[in-house]
Design a binder for this molecule. Structure first.
Ligand SMILES: Cc1cc2nc3c(=O)[nH]c(=O)nc-3n(C[C@H](O)[C@H](O)[C@H](O)COP(=O)(O)OP(=O)(O)OC[C@H]3O[C@@H](n4cnc5c(N)ncnc54)[C@H](O)[C@@H]3O)c2cc1C
Length: 549
């Protein structure tokens, strides 16, 4: 097959698309993965990363069973980017949780398989000992555990593993057109948003894994597809303010909301609203932020003293069930086999992405007469091959333990490839992002091995600019390294910084209040005075694709 001939083209580099590309490539199919932006740049990047036991969906036992099996698979293939987090439900009024007894049974059913203890009931004293910020009027607590994954690293590792198995991965390439013959898709046309070039390839099958854009892609192919789009927002606090995750139903509408320690921050979420908003212009609203703060305030009264550094909002591409309250729409998934060579996903969740990919790849293989079986649940993702002893590494490479601890959580066994770089370049041990922290060697390794093209791509891979200072002190330094590695010139350098700031600003703007106003004033001052960015008049709009371009 030539470079422009594929068995399957996967559209969408989120959790679903990267999982499909990995499975297809591992079964020997010639695979191309396209995303119009970066890997994990859309819905999956706004999610909480919970690889949940499916407890919330206990009315659908097959989903609970699937989620539990997927927890086991992820623990086998990706444990280096996972964490098992304790969660506490503070109870202020027994009537709030009356009728939730089946949670306990549902949780217990697969607890052993997932390697978590059964739910524990706690006295008020024990509840307050675990989390002193809980409301002093607490009358009991429930303790359980759930797994979380780094969604950005998961998508990237799936993409890298797909590439390791022969797949081509193209970011910033937007599908703009299908080419058909007698109603069968024979090829696709994509627009490279970085170079401005339009290219085409032949393919036998196209998998539409574009999440909340899936109906638009189907429309391009001339087939109908319905989704029920559901908006969710998170508020991000500047540090880990609680010892354990907190969940509560003491909310104005009786929905569960949560406050989870998340990397070096805390995540308050989430809303769930039917939406007709444009997924490309999504921001958290004032109402969503107030809803979340006033909900969690019932059990953590001091929540408003914490500094909000940012918000983020995404869209769940749910199955199109009507006349059902949002909370009761299934979180299961469906596969639409359009019979013109296009296959689309509807619904699903991050936790199901490997399962969804296996189901679709089985279908693709049947269509192409390939009898290879799925092994994505057995073969580890890059970095998960072994345990890593950071104490030994700290001595060997003379790098602080807290730096290595964070690096290990992103890299697993791949950490040694980064540390080896510091033998020839000891100056690359310098910490560039102090919030996370990230050293120069890891930034250079990422640029060379993980195909980032922009500062935002580096943020997704390394969490650069996501901490309390929101990039105030690391943006220029990181941009300089990126420019040197990619040979960027004057305007490109500035455009990238402006673009990075614009992306941060999207999430910061709705949350500006209290001390964050002061922090933002400082950040603006740094960019304007030190970086002279307020004087720059570069044109940084990406040109949209036009027929014939
Ligand atoms: C607030 C919130 C919290 C959540 N929390 C959790 C959780 O804790 N656990 C969980 O399991 N699930 C969670 N979810 C659900 C989960 O995030 C989504 O189900 C999942 O991320 C969807 O992934 P995806 O790959 O299908 O879509 P996306 O991540 O949206 O990926 C689709 C991709 O398609 C690309 N694309 C679109 N059009 C084109 C085109 N023309 N050409 C090329 N590429 C294109 C986009 O750029 C995008 O990268 C949450 C969702 C939200 C909104």
């Amino acid at each position: 097959m030539s470079d422009s001939e594929f068995d399957v083209v996967v559209i969408g580099g989120g959790s679903t698309g990267t999982a499909v590309a990995r499975d297809c490539a591992m079964r020997g199919l010639k695979t191309l993965l396209l995303d119009r932006d970066d890997i994990a740049s859309a819905s999956v990047g706004t999610c909480a990363g919970m690889i949940s036991s499916g407890l919330k969906y206990r009315g659908e036992p097959e989903i609970v069973k699937m989620c539990s099996s997927e927890v086991v698979h992820f623990n086998h293939i990706a444990r280096h980017i996972m964490s098992k987090n304790p969660i506490l439900v503070p109870i202020l009024d027994f009537s709030t949780v009356a009728g939730d007894g089946d949670y306990v049974d549902s949780y217990a059913e697969y607890a052993e398989e997932r390697d978590v203890p059964a739910m524990l009931f706690l006295t008020p004293e024990a509840t307050l000992e675990i989390e002193p910020l809980v409301h002093p009027n607490v009358i009991a607590g429930v303790y359980y555990e759930e797994f979380f994954i780094n969604p950005f690293r998961l998508c990237l590792l799936q993409a890298l593993d797909a590439r390791r198995h022969g797949a081509s991965i193209k970011t910033y390439c937007e599908l703009v057109k299908f080419e058909t013959f007698e109603n069968e898709i024979k090829g696709i046309v994509y627009y490279n948003r970085i170079t401005g070039a339009t290219e085409r390839v032949n393919t036998k099958i196209v998998v539409n894994a574009t999440g909340p854009w899936a109906h638009k892609i189907a429309r391009l192919a001339g087939v109908p597809l319905d989704l029920r789009l559901n908006k969710g927002a998170h508020v991000i606090l500047d540090r880990r303010i609680v010892n354990v995750g907190i969940t509560t139903k003491e909310t104005v509408d009786g929905r569960w909301v949560y406050l989870f320690p998340h990397e070096n921050t805390t995540l308050l979420g989430t809303t769930a609203l039917d939406t007709w908003e444009d997924p490309d212009a999504l921001v958290a609203s004032y109402d969503e932020i107030e809803y979340l703060l006033s909900s969690i305030e019932t059990v953590i009264p001091s929540i408003r003293e914490a500094r909000i550094i940012r918000t983020m909002a995404g869209i769940r591409p749910l199955v199109p069930d009507w006349k059902v309250p949002e909370d009761q729409v299934t979180r299961g998934y469906r596969i639409a086999n359009h019979d013109n060579g296009l296959i689309s996903f509807i619904g699903g969740k991050l936790v199901m992405c490997r399962h969804m990919a296996e189901a679709v790849t089985d279908l693709v293989c049947r269509k192409l007469g390939n009898d290879a079986v799925c092994t994505t649940h057995e073969k580890p993702l890059p970095g998960n091959e072994d345990d890593v002893d950071i104490e030994l590494l700290s001595e060997e490479y003379d790098i602080k333990m807290h730096v290595l601890e964070r690096m290990r959580a992103r890299r697993g066994t791949e950490i040694t490839k980064i540390l080896e770089l510091t033998k020839d370049h000891p100056e690359w041990k310098t910490t560039i992002c102090t919030c996370e922290p990230v050293i120069e060697a890891e930034i250079r390794y990422t640029i060379r091995e993980e195909f980032p093209q922009t500062l935002n791509d580096l943020r997704r891979r390394l969490r650069i600019g996501t901490g309390p200072c929101q990039g105030t002190s690391c943006t220029f330094k990181t941009a300089a390294i990126l420019s040197e590695e990619l040979n960027l010139e004057g305007d490109d350098f500035l455009v990238d910084i402006l673009d990075f700031r614009a992306e941060r600003w999207k999430g910061i703007r709705p949350s500006m209040r209290g001390e964050q106003l002061v922090q933002e004033e400082l950040a603006q001052g740094m960019y304007s005075c030190v970086g002279n960015l307020d004087q720059s008049d570069v044109d940084y709009d990406i040109k949209p694709w036009e027929e014939g371009s």
